[in-house]
Design a protein around this ligand. Structure first.
Ligand code: NAP
Length: 488
């Protein structure tokens, strides 16, 4: 099966922070892959902008190195690299000063899509927004892309929203949560709303509970300074896991249009019950016993022997709606765990009357949505054990691995950034967070953080390369349930 690629219209994309880590690792490789797929018009202009001194040729060299490092070049794509680099330009600019703005304004011209990617720290958002306007580059259809973190609490998110709203309409602001750009995350909506099979069962009458796991094997690495101020609650739970929860739990939107979808997501966040303190487990990873130098403890990695920031969090929450009253949602995320795995499990209730007697083992029906690695969906069903000798039942997975089912398209779905940047150019905000969504997510998160700050809560230590603190298992065991998805 070969997917249809519809080229986007000519555009100017200015990447503020054009020399930064995100640009190197994600943005430039994503643009290159879309170019190779035939989606970028040859007249596209991509302009890096940062304080470092590069001329056009120097920036093209910089981009070529980044693409070679982060793009899995093939002979076919390598042959296209030179033409892609011709789309690239660079302006040395200071977000906080006058340098470079006139030169940039001379390059961003004509009647074409204009997008400004703020791949810089949030402290520069206001200065950039103001200078885009004052240098005359803003027009009614231009758009800005802002990266996470969008604030560190409700007050700071409100302030950022207010700053951006002074220069741009909400319809021009694209707040990225790259989880929303993942193929399977959108498949979640396709599965729910494109099939008649699931939606009638998608409620507390039939769903016992839902689990969302986002497990990472990496530690904080070089991001210790930022991470120690944020922790897993702010860095992952408030955005990525919350967004997944919204897509799983939301009502069917009237249309697949930006505000229809985002209105429904917002209702979910606003219906989330506050989390009880005894329904939260925080953890902090220890050093890897075999390899302390390569994999130090969290505290060593952030350089603070007394840090009480969590690198792991597990919690249980409820959604106060008719659909979900009584169905618990269990969410967990952590670093330095045994496997890199993002997975959602929708665990259905047992049959109301067991005519075959007790079936050994697990729940009869579990819908497992794997976001990474090996994106795909599995439905566990109950069947008869083969062979004579009575009616014994067993659980088997009906597996749909996208790589197998979709051939080459399934093996290499576009990276989240590829999809999201193309959506920006096309002007489709469906997969981007609206300002009120972000604020509602912080309004739910803030009291949780304030609670453990008030109690002087200290995270539980957990072994590197394991499954997290034992208390997280207890959180489940108290409800006669267990985590699924990652195994030691
Ligand atoms: P970074 O490597 O520190 O890059 C920051 C960029 O901003 C550099 O290009 C820097 O270039 C430029 N810059 C700094 N001050 C400037 C100024 N006054 N005027 C103009 N340019 C300036 O940061 P990053 O990791 O790429 O992250 C960028 C944003 O994306 C942050 O908000 C981060 O939270 C977010 N993010 C990053 C990742 C990731 O994987 N890296 C993932 C998710 C979100 P010069 O020094 O040349 O000016």
């Amino acid at each position: 099966m070969v997917s249809r690629v519809i080229p986007v219209e000519p555009f100017d994309l200015v990447i503020f922070g054009g020399t930064g880590d995100l640009t190197r690792r994600k943005i430039l490789p994503a643009l290159f892959r879309r170019y190779c797929a035939g989606q970028l018009p040859p007249t596209a202009r991509i302009i890096g902008a940062a304080r470092s001194e590069y001329d056009q040729a120097g920036y093209r060299d910089f981009a070529a190195i980044a693409i070679a490092e982060f793009s899995d070049l093939t002979p076919a794509s390598e042959a296209k690299l030179g033409r892609f680099l011709e789309c690239l330009d660079y302006v040395a600019i200071d977000a906080k000063g006058d340098r470079g703005w006139q030169e940039l304004a001379l390059k961003v011209t004509g009647n074409r899509v204009r997008a400004f990617y703020f791949s810089v720290g949030p402290g520069l958002f206001g200065a950039l927004a103001q200078r885009i306007q004052s240098s005359g580059m803003a027009n009614e259809t231009c758009r800005i892309v802002v990266e996470k973190p969008f604030g560190h609490d409700l007050a700071s998110a409100k302030a950022l929203n207010k700053t951006l709203a002074a220069y741009f309409d909400e319809g021009q602001i694209y707040r990225i949560d790259h989880y929303l750009g993942k193929e399977t995350v959108q498949n979640l909506m396709a599965v729910r709303f494109g099939n008649v099979l699931f939606e009638p069962l998608w409620n507390s009458n039939y769903v016992d509970h839902i689990q969302i796991t986002v497990a990472e094997t990496v530690g904080v690495g070089g991001r210790g300074g930022y991470y120690d101020k944020a922790g897993a609650m702010r860095d992952m739970m408030q955005n990525h896991l919350m967004q997944l929860l919204c897509l799983i739990a939301m009502e069917p939107p009237a249309k697949f249009e930006p505000d229809s979808v985002r209105d429904e997501k917002l209702k979910v966040i606003r219906a989330l019950e506050p989390v009880e303190p005894h329904h939260i487990v925080r953890g902090q990873y220890l050093a890897n016993a075999d390899d302390k130098d390569e994999h130090p403890s969290y505290r060593e990695a952030v350089g603070d022997p007394r840090s009480s920031t969590e690198s792991y969090i597990a919690l249980k929450t409820h959604i106060s709606t008719w659909r979900w009253a009584g169905t618990p949602f269990y969410l967990r995320t952590g670093k330095r765990l045994v496997a890199r795995s993002s997975v959602i499990n929708v665990v259905f209730k047992e049959v109301p009357h067991a005519i075959f007697g007790q079936v050994a083992g697990d729940y009869a029906n579990i819908l497992t949505i794997r976001l990474q690695p090996d994106e795909g969906i599995t439905m566990t069903v109950t069947i008869k054990e083969p062979g004579p000798g009575g009616m014994r039942l067993m659980h088997v997975p009906l597996d749909m691995s996208f790589a197998e089912a979709l051939g080459p398209d399934g093996e290499n779905p576009p990276d989240a950034y590829e999809r999201l940047i193309m959506d920006v150019i096309r002007g489709n905000q469906t997969l981007f967070m609206r300002g009120d969504e972000v604020e509602a997510a912080w309004a739910w998160t803030d009291p949780v953080i304030a609670g453990w700050q008030a109690r002087g809560d200290v995270p539980k230590p957990y072994d590197s390369g394991a499954i997290g603190p034992g208390d997280a298992d207890q959180l489940m065991a108290r409800d006669n349930r267990e985590w699924r998805g990652i195994k030691p």
